[in-house]
Design a protein around this ligand. Structure first.
Ligand code: NAG
Ligand code: NAG
Length: 267
């Protein structure tokens, strides 16, 4: 596997106070014009996605910024994920390895119909929550006052400050957890019947609602919509599933991440 790091993206959220509703595209295009006059900003791009963003770089650096307007759920879920990351020492390396694995196999790009990094992280947390002897609890269930979706956005960073580390009785190594993760999605998880819910620390049955009509259903922990909606083509879904099966098979035999060949380019 290629372990070289790519460009780093920082998400920024412009929170506009007051009761006036502004069109985010309008706000971002005003900023776009302003940014064009700044000598240290380059590659400014307005991206009209479901949540519109202004993407730009600091001149000469590898650091890329994605600025949205008022998409404050991104702030809430950042602090939730951060709390999970600190709940157990194995979480951060586990997530790094899974992201590398997915990128290596070209299944980590929502703009190409595969998995966003956020979806991958929630899939990892879900797996760790659902072991008989879980490695993680549901932090939203155990500490509802820290993750109240209606909490004032300025209070969000302080919310989880006093959450103690979770003491898991499952002492599996990182390697065992990675193998278990691949196996769970290769053999156990029912994609057509289940919704991943990190909020509830379990798989929920799919209802008939439009939200859960996609191939992969992963609940956003605050807004409860589907974060995996980018996977809308059967062929991409099949490639993702096959990758879990194939990687699990190889890793189980060889116990060596380097034995996983790079994925085919399927853009
Ligand atoms: C942004 O959200 C705040 C409260 O969350 C609201 O008062 C304000 O009107 C919103 N601004 C825009 C641009 O929608
Ligand atoms: C602990 O985690 C491993 C995955 O690494 C899993 O296979 C095992 O079942 C877990 N133990 C229990 C008791 O759930």
């Amino acid at each position: 596997m290629d372990w070289a790091a790519g460009a780093v993206t920082a998400d920024l959220c412009l929170v506009l106070k007051g009761n006036k509703r502004h069109d985010p595209i309008h706000v971002l295009s005003v900023l776009q014009r302003l940014f064009r006059s700044l000598s240290y900003v380059e590659r400014i791009q307005l991206i009209r996605a479901k949540v519109p963003i202004l993407r730009f770089r600091e001149k000469g650096s590898d650091l890329e910024f994605d600025l949205n307007v008022n998409n404050t759920v991104g702030i809430r879920n950042t602090f939730l994920l951060r709390s999970y990351a600190y709940a157990d020492l194995r979480i951060r390396p586990m997530i790094l390895v899974v992201k590398k694995w997915a990128r290596h196999n070209q299944i980590n790009d929502a703009s190409k119909g595969t998995l966003s990094s956020y979806t991958l992280v929630l899939m990892v947390l879900h797996y760790l929550q659902t072991l008989n002897e879980p490695v993680l609890p549901s932090l939203q269930r155990d500490y509802p006052e820290c993750f109240n979706p209606l909490m004032d956005i300025d209070a969000v960073p302080d919310g989880p400050k006093h959450i103690p580390p979770y003491i898991s009785r499952n002492q599996s190594s990182l390697g065992e957890l990675l193998l278990g993760f691949l196996k769970y999605y290769a053999t156990y998880f029912r994609w057509d019947e289940q919704v991943i819910s990190v909020r509830e620390a379990r798989a929920l049955p799919k209802s008939n609602s439009h939200e859960w009509s996609k191939y992969i259903c992963v609940e956003e922990p605050f807004e409860r919509n589907n974060v995996a909606r980018a996977v809308h083509e059967k062929i991409k879904f099949d490639i993702i599933k096959a990758q879990f099966v194939e990687s699990w098979r190889i890793l189980q035999q060889r116990k060596d991440l380097n034995s996983i060949p790079p994925g085919q380019s399927h853009q």
